[in-house]
Design a protein around this ligand. Structure first.
Ligand SMILES: Cc1ncc(COP(=O)(O)O)c(C=O)c1O
Length: 432
C-alpha cells in the first residue's frame, strides 16, 4: 500500500521538491490526500482530517460540494472544453455582474495570479503609468510585478529571477493613508493602487479602521486606478465580497477560488470604461484590442457550469453566515483554551477565518512583520501536532471555514488544538 512517506520518496525523484506548490512542501513529507467531502478529507493511509485549508480557501461550500460536482458531471457529458465562446460563460458573468458591485464588465482568467497580472496591465494601460503602489505583506500571487512586498517588512521580492527593472516599478507602503498620499505626491509615475481587500493574508493583518473608504476617496482625488484583490474575500466576506459588505467600490476587482465554485480559474471585473480596453472592437492608438489578453482555458465550460451551480448557492448569504458562525465558534473555543492555559495569545479574524497570534492578547497597532513573524519552531510544532491528530490548517497559523463545518467538528477541532497547545507548552516550544 502506498504511504505518505513512500509517495513523497517517489515524488521527489521526478517533481522538483516533490511538490506542485512550495507551501505544500513539508518535512519529513507532505500528506497525500485521496478524497474529501464537506469539512473532512482522507489521506492515502486512510487517516481522516478536519479541514481548515479547504482548497486554499476555494471550497467555501465544503469539499466536493454535491451541486458543483453534479454540474461538472453533467457538463462532461457534453464537452469539458473546446476553446470557443459558449452560453455558460455569459450566465456565469451575469451572476458576477449582479453580485459584485464593481463588476460592470467581466473577463475570465485561469487563476488568481493571472487575474492580478491582467488587472495590473489594464490599470497601466488606462492610467498610462507603469508604477504600482501595493501594501506591505499583501499577497497577490506569484508573478514578477507584485511579488515585491509580499513578504511582510521586506522591500524586495522573496525570489531570485525577478528583474530589478520590474521590481523598481513596484512601490511598497504600509497601510497608512498619510504615507500613501505622500508617496503618490512624491512619485507621479504611480498609476494604480493594489489592496488585498481583507488586509494581508485574508485578514491576518487587518486593515486600519476606515482604510477602504479612505483609499477610495484618495484614489478618486489623485486619479489613480484602485484595484481590490478579492481572490479570497470575493463571495466569502459576503455574496458580493468585501466591497459589497463594506460598501466601497474599487475600479477593478480580481477574483479566483470561490468565484469558480472552487474549480481552477479566475476573473477580473470592473468599471465598463476601463474594462473596454480589453474589447477588440475598440482599438486605442493602433492597438486592437488596447490591452492584449489570451488564455487557452479561460472560462472553460466545465468550470463555468460548476461555478454557476456555486453562484446559485452563494447568492443569498446563508452559506457565508454559516461559515462565519463556525469560524466564530472556532475562535471562541481556541481563545478559551488559551485562557485556561494562561497563555497570552489570541485567535482572531474576520468573516470565515481564524488566525492565531502568539505574541500577546492584542494585535492592535502591530505591523504585518510583527504579526506574521512567528518562530519557525512554533509554526512547525503547531502544524505537525495538528496534522498528527487530524486537523489541517490553511497556512502558517491560519484557518478558513465552510458552511459544511458543524458545531461537533468545531468542538473536536478545539479539543485537538488544546491538546497540541499542551504538548507545545510541555516541550518548551510555547512558554505559557
Ligand atoms: C489575495 C490573493 N491574491 C492572489 C492569489 C493568487 O491566486 P492563485 O493561487 O489562484 O494564483 C492568492 C492565492 O492564495 C491570494 O490569496
Amino acid at each position: 500500500m502506498a504511504t505518505n512517506a513512500s509517495l513523497s520518496d517517489l515524488a521527489r525523484r521526478i517533481m522538483s521538491g516533490g511538490v506542485s506548490h512550495e507551501l505544500r512542501y513539508r518535512v519529513p513529507h507532505p500528506i497525500y490526500i485521496e478524497r474529501a467531502t464537506g469539512a473532512e478529507k482522507w489521506d492515502v493511509e486512510g487517516k481522516r482530517y478536519i479541514d481548515f485549508k479547504l482548497g486554499a480557501a476555494s471550497q467555501l461550500l465544503g469539499n466536493s460540494c454535491p451541486e458543483v460536482m453534479e454540474a461538472v458531471a453533467q457538463q462532461l457529458t457534453k464537452t469539458p472544453y473546446t476553446g470557443d465562446c459558449h452560453p455558460l460563460e455569459i450566465e456565469w458573468a451575469d451572476w458576477i455582474h449582479r453580485l459584485v458591485p464593481s463588476a460592470e464588465m467581466v473577463r475570465f482568467t485561469c487563476s488568481g495570479t493571472e487575474s492580478t497580472m491582467l488587472a495590473l496591465r489594464v490599470a497601466r494601460a488606462y492610467s498610462r503609468k507603469d508604477k504600482v503602489l501595493r501594501i506591505d505583506g499583501h499577497f497577490h500571487g506569484w508573478h514578477d510585478m507584485l511579488l515585491k512586498g509580499s513578504k511582510p517588512g521586506v522591500n524586495s521580492p522573496p525570489s531570485l529571477g525577478v528583474p530589478q527593472a520590474v521590481t523598481d516599478l513596484t512601490i511598497v507602503t504600509p497601510p497608512s493613508l498619510d504615507t500613501i498620499r505622500a508617496q503618490l505626491e512624491a512619485d507621479p509615475e504611480i498609476g494604480s493602487i493594489f489592496v488585498e481587500a481583507s488586509g494581508a493574508n485574508y485578514g491576518s493583518v487587518p486593515l486600519p479602521d476606515g482604510f477602504l473608504p479612505g483609499i477610495r476617496a484618495l484614489a478618486d482625488e489623485v486619479e489613480k486606478v484602485l484595484i481590490f484583490d478579492e481572490v479570497i474575500t470575493g463571495f466569502r466576506w459576503s455574496p458580493g465580497g468585501r466591497q459589497a459588505r463594506d460598501g466601497v467600490v474599487p475600479d477593478l476587482t480580481t477574483m479566483a477560488k470561490v468565484v469558480t465554485g472552487g474549480l481552477p480559474g479566475g476573473a477580473i471585473a470592473g468599471r465598463a470604461h476601463i474594462m473596454a480596453l480589453l474589447d477588440p472592437a475598440r482599438p486605442v492608438d493602433g492597438f486592437t484590442p488596447a490591452v492584449s489578453h489570451k488564455g487557452t482555458f479561460n472560462a472553460a465550460p466545465i468550470v463555468a457550469e460548476g461555478a454557476i451551480a456555486a453562484m446559485k448557492l452563494l447568492a443569498s448569504g446563508e452559506v457565508q453566515a454559516k461559515a462565519d458562525a463556525m469560524a466564530t465558534s472556532l475562535r471562541n473555543g481556541i481563545n478559551a483554551a488559551f485562557k485556561r492555559r494562561g497563555m497570552a495569545a489570541l485567535a482572531y479574524g474576520d468573516s470565515s477565518t481564524c488566525h492565531l497570534y502568539f505574541g500577546g492578547t492584542s494585535i492592535e497597532g502591530l505591523s504585518a512583520a510583527q504579526i506574521r513573524t512567528v518562530p519557525p519552531a512554533l509554526v512547525q510544532g503547531l502544524r505537525d501536532g495538528l496534522l498528527d491528530r487530524g486537523v489541517d490548517l490553511m497556512s502558517f497559523t491560519s484557518c478558513v471555514t465552510s458552511n459544511t463545518h458543524t458545531p461537533d467538528l468545531i468542538d473536536e477541532a478545539v479539543d485537538i488544538f488544546d491538546s497540541v497547545l499542551g504538548d507545545l507548552i510541555d516541550t518548551g516550544v510555547i512558554i505559557a
